[in-house]
Design a protein around this ligand. Structure first.
Ligand code: GLY
Length: 398
């Protein structure tokens, strides 16, 4: 496997698809333009939703992006897993290639396979594949055209292998590429492990074969509200943090060069040793994750507030403060952590550099406001406890 920095992994993806005649399109904002079905951009295809629906035309029929995404609510919600899980994030980047009525399953699968095995040099012996249960075409492309051993290709149902952006909108069957964390368990155990969604496998890349527009929510996957799209297309999502963890041979995304500079900045501020840091890794991870989210949200114009997106911005900053108290922080410290986010991510998102001061100021103001609110709440609580003590019998216990 190639040893690559995260910047190289991102760049190699975009370069590869550019060579395959895809237009390199910048990430869209985390704030989706004019789409009431979404709180935040949650996938690379969001900015192309109307193109898939045939309502918008672009001067290109193939595109590639590294897209900023947030998943904190609604259909794709990862918030509760952030911290304890080595892989979940609120903010993350999704690498994608898209076809708008151009190529379909055959090329999508070939591109993905070649990028994984030739550019990133991931051995096929470490990969497992899934297709939608009734998708004979995708199954035969993997096993016959590409020549993957059928014992590596599992057929799965709609819970894992049918993708929809939101309750309604463009959707379709998928094929996924997974990293095998425990190849020693043998090739014959691959399909049962994929079917059981076992932690032997780590999903890396989702290839969506966009075929339908779902007109009404359909939780039972009856398909009755799915209207065929004007032209079928392709939408893929490769989780940058995950593929970097594979290529950098790390057990957790947080150990990669996308997160370690941020975690180290927190550690410099706490003065803790590596051993103490590792014993308290959950707060470190939450702070790193939430400061990435806050930095990019503020950069995209969101401000801490009481409702909607603003509330999410406030929530991630306040959660970071709360997790900071577990590490002993009593004074504002998050602006310094945001600096580390900016320094790490500016290679791909140089606009962060111009917004550094606004980001620092916004985070610190919210941090101060929250600390004051916490102090006030604690004062009130202690006041109530004192009052209770005064009115109870001397022997009474609280
Ligand atoms: N749109 C593909 C994915 O998010 O997995």
């Amino acid at each position: 496997m190639k040893k690559m920095t995260s910047a190289e992994v991102r760049q190699a993806f975009l370069d590869y698809f550019e060579e395959m005649h895809h237009k390199r399109v910048p990430s869209s904002s985390l704030v989706p333009g004019n789409d009431p079905t979404l709180l935040f951009t949650n996938a690379g295809m969001n900015q192309f939703k109307d193109v898939f629906l045939g309502l918008d035309k672009r001067p290109y029929s193939r595109a590639t992006t590294a897209q900023k995404c947030m998943r904190v609510s609604g259909k794709h919600n990862d918030l509760e897993n952030v911290g304890p899980s080595p892989r979940h994030h609120t903010f993350f980047e999704m690498l994608g290639n898209f076809s708008f009525g151009d190529y379909f399953k055959r090329d999508a699968i070939r591109f993905a396979y070649d990028l994984m095995t030739k550019v990133y040099e991931i051995p096929v012996q470490r990969l497992g594949f899934t297709v939608y249960e009734s998708d004979e075409e995708a199954y035969s492309i993997w096993t016959e055209d590409i020549g993957v051993d059928p014992r590596r290709v599992a057929r799965l149902g709609p819970k894992t292998n049918f993708w929809q952006m939101a309750e309604t909108g463009p959707c379709g069957p998928t094929s996924e590429i997974h990293w095998d964390l425990r190849p020693e368990e043998g090739i014959d155990a691959i399909i049962p492990a994929l079917q059981a969604e076992s932690d032997r496998f780590l999903e890396l890349w989702n290839l969506v074969f966009m075929q339908f527009n779902r007109l009404q929510p359909d939780p039972d996957h009856t398909g009755q509200w799915d209207e065929p799209l004007p032209a079928p297309g392709v939408d893929t999502g490769l989780g940058l943090e995950r593929v970097v963890s594979v290529l950098q041979d790390k057990q957790a995304n947080y150990e990669t060069d996308l997160f370690m500079p941020i975690i180290r900045r927190v550690q410099e501020l706490t003065g803790q040793t590596d051993a103490v840091r590792d014993a308290n890794i959950v707060p470190y991870r939450v702070i790193a994750d939430h400061m990435r989210a806050a930095t990019f949200l503020i950069s995209d114009g969101v401000r801490p507030g009481a409702t909607g997106r603003d509330y999410v911005c406030r929530m991630v900053i306040r959660r970071a403060v709360r997790f900071g108290t577990k590490l002993g922080f009593e004074e504002p410290f998050l602006a310094d952590v945001a600096d580390a986010v900016i320094d790490t991510m500016a290679v791909a998102y140089p606009e962060l550099l111009d917004k550094r001061e606004a980001i620092r100021r916004t985070i610190t103001n919210e941090e101060i406001r929250f600390r004051r609110a916490m102090d006030r709440a604690l004062d009130e609580l202690y006041g109530m406890i004192d009052e209770l003590r005064a009115t109870r019998e001397p022997s009474g216990e609280l």
